[in-house]
Design a protein around this ligand. Sequence first.
Ligand code: DGJ
Length: 740
Amino acid sequence: MSIHFDAKARTLTLNTAHTTYQMQIAEPGHLLHLYYGSRAEGCLDYLYLPHDCGFSPNPYERHTERGWSLDTLPQEYSGSNGGDYRLPSLALSTDSGVVGAELRYVSHTIEEGKYALSSLPTAWDRGGEAQTLTVTLRDEAAGLTVELLYGVYEEQDVITRAVRLINSGSQTIRLERAASACLDLPFGRWDMLHFHGRHTLERQSERRELMVGTQGIGSRRGTSSHQHNPFLILCEHDATEDHGDCCGAMLVYSGSFAMEVERDQMDSVRLVAGIADEGFSWQLLPGALFETPELLLSFTDSGLTALSQRFQRFLRRNICRGPWAERPRPVLLNSWEAAYFDIDAERIRSIARGAADLGVDLLVMDDGWFGERCDDHRALGDWTVNPQKFPAGLGAVIDEIRDMGLSFGLWVEPEMVSEDSALYRAHPDWALRVPGRAPTLGRDQLVLDLSRAEVEDFVYETVASLLRAYPIAYIKWDMNRSLSDVASRALPPERQGETAHRYLLGLYRVMDRLTREFPEVLFEGCSGGGGRFDAGILAYFPQIWCSDNTDPIARLSIQEGTSFAYPYSAIAAHVSASPNHQTGRQTPLGTRGFVAATGAFGYELDPGRLTETERDEIRAQIAAWREREPLLRAGEHYRLSAPEEPYCAWQFVAADQSETLFTLVMRRVESNPRPLHLRLKGLDAEACYEIVQQETAGCALAVPDMSGTVLPGSALLRGGVTLPPLYGDYPGIRLLLRKQ
Ligand code: DGJ
C-alpha cells in the first residue's frame, strides 16, 4: 500500500518509489500539508515550530495559540477570507452572505485503482498500478462538500490531484475560484522554470529565481495557448540536468488556466494551479457537482532530466490511450506547405505519387478541400467536398491514393465557423458572441459555441460522418484562433462565467466519442501548430503538431522546450522545403532530417520539386527512421546542451542501454572553434560501446569517420567525447552507438 493513515499522528502519507507526500489533520479539522520531497519516514510535523509572526491571525478554536495560524502553516487546499492571506485555492459566495471558503476535515478513504472524473480527462490506471486517496472536507456555512482526490502511481513517482465540489446544502453556491491543487513548499530556495512563446515559437524555456510576491503563468485565450504551456517546474536554485530537487506540475487541461506561485513573507512557496478564475464563475445548485481539471505532480532529487523522463513516460503510458498510444507512427507527408489552399484532385494525386515514390506511409490532405475554401476568409463549417476541386468526389481520389500504397489522412477545423459560410448564415447564434457587440475575428473566423449541446452534436457529426463515408486513417484536428467574445446564447446571464469551461467540456466529450468510436484512426491535435499542446489533448490524440515553424534551427529550441515534459512520440515534426517558408533560412536536407527524426516524423513539402539526389536522401532518411523508431518513441531522452551553446545536442538511449542515438546540430558555426566536447548520458558504465554508424549533414569540410571506434561506457560517460569541428551552414552529426 502506498497510502498510509497514521491514526495517532493523524497523518496521511503517500509514498512512491522515491518520494513522500504527507498531510496532517490538525485540530479542529484543518488539513495541513507537511511535506513533498524525496522519500522520508515518520511524521514530519516537527518541522513547523509555533511562531507568532504578527498579523497572522488564529482560527477561532485555537486563538490562544498565537503561533498557530493558517497564514504561516502549510495548507493542503487553501481557503479564502479565513486568515490565510496567501494564494487561495477556493473562493465562493452564497445568497445567504457566505463569502470565502473555510474547509474542515470530515473523513477519508483509501482505495485500489485510480479515480476518474466524469467530465474531464484524467490519467488512467494500466491495471493495478495506482491507488486513490479521497479526503472529504466541508465548508459548513456554505453547505459545500469538497473531495480532494489523490492518485498515487508508486512505480512512476507521480501523484495526481483533482477536486470534486458538491453542493450538499440547500442554497446555490457561486464558485469564483476552484483550483485543482495547492502545493506548499515551506523551505528552500526555488527557481521557476516555465515554457513560454508565441505562434511559431512555442515553449521556449525560461528559468528565474522566485521573487517575493506572486508570479506565474497562464492563459486567458480559452486554449492552453502558444504563449504559456500549462506545465512548470520548481527546482532548487542550483539544480542542473543531473542533480538537485525538482518538482514538476502539469495541468491536464486545454483551456484558460492559471499556475500561480507565491513566495511569502517567510520565504515559503505556494503553487496554486487550475482553471483561470478571471472570467470564471460557476453556479452550483443544490446536489450539483463540479470537477476541477487534474494536476500531475512529480518530484525528484536527481535533476531536470530525471524529472522530464518521468513526465515523458507518464504521459506516454498513462495519459495517451487507445491503440495508437504506443504504436509506431506512420511516416506522413502533409500537403500544407506543398500546396497551401491550391489543392484539388490533380494536385493531391501528384503529391501522392511523389510521396509514394519516397516511401511515405500516409498522405495528408490539409486545408482547402471543402466548401468554397480557396483561402482563409471563408467556408469553415461547410464540411462538404468542393465539387469543382474534386469532380469525381473525394472517395475516388482516396481510392487512387490507396492504390499507390498510401493511407489517407484529412485536415479539419471543426470548432470554427467563417462568417462567410452556409453554416453561419443558417445558425448565427452558434458562434460565441456578446449580444449587441460586433465579434472579434481571428483569421476571419468565429468560434463555435461548444457549450451548446446542438453544436457539440454538429462537431461530432461533422467528423464522424467523414470517417463513416471515407477510408480515412488519420485526422489532423486544427484550431486556429484564441477564444474571444466568450458568451453563450444558450446560457442565462448569471451563468455566462461558465461558458469557457463548458466549451472545453463539450470539446472533450466530442473527442472522447470520436476516439472511442474510431479507435483505429490516428488523430493529431493542432492549434496553429502548438497552441494547444497539453495533456488534455493527449488524453485523446496521441500526437500534436508541435509548431507551424518547420525551420529546423528554430525547431531546436521549440522541441527541446517541449521535451521538458512531453514524450517525443507526441511531438509531430516534419522536414520541409529550403529556404524555409517561415524564416527564409536555408538549411541542409540532412539537418532537417536529424531535427524532425522524432516519434512522429513526416514531410511537409512538394515531392515534385525535389531533385533525384534529394529524393534518394529522403528515402534513406525514412529507412533510417523506421529502423530507429522504437528507440525514438520509447527510449530515454537526454538533453546534452545548454541553450547558450552554439550547438544543440541530444541523445536517445534504449531502456536496456543496448544502444544510443546521439545527435548534434550547430545553431551557428564559428571560426577557430573551441573543442566540441560533451559527455554522453544514460549508458552502462560497465560495458563498451561501438560507434556503428556515423552520419553527417551539411558539413563543408570532411569529417573523419569515427565508425568502428570502441569506447568504454565509463569513458563516454565521464571523459565524454570530443567531436571534430563542424563547418558549413547548419551542419550536424549523428552517431549510433551499440553495446558490445
Ligand atoms: C494551421 C496549421 O498549424 C497548419 O499546419 C495548417 O494546417 C493550417 N492551419 C491550415 O489552415
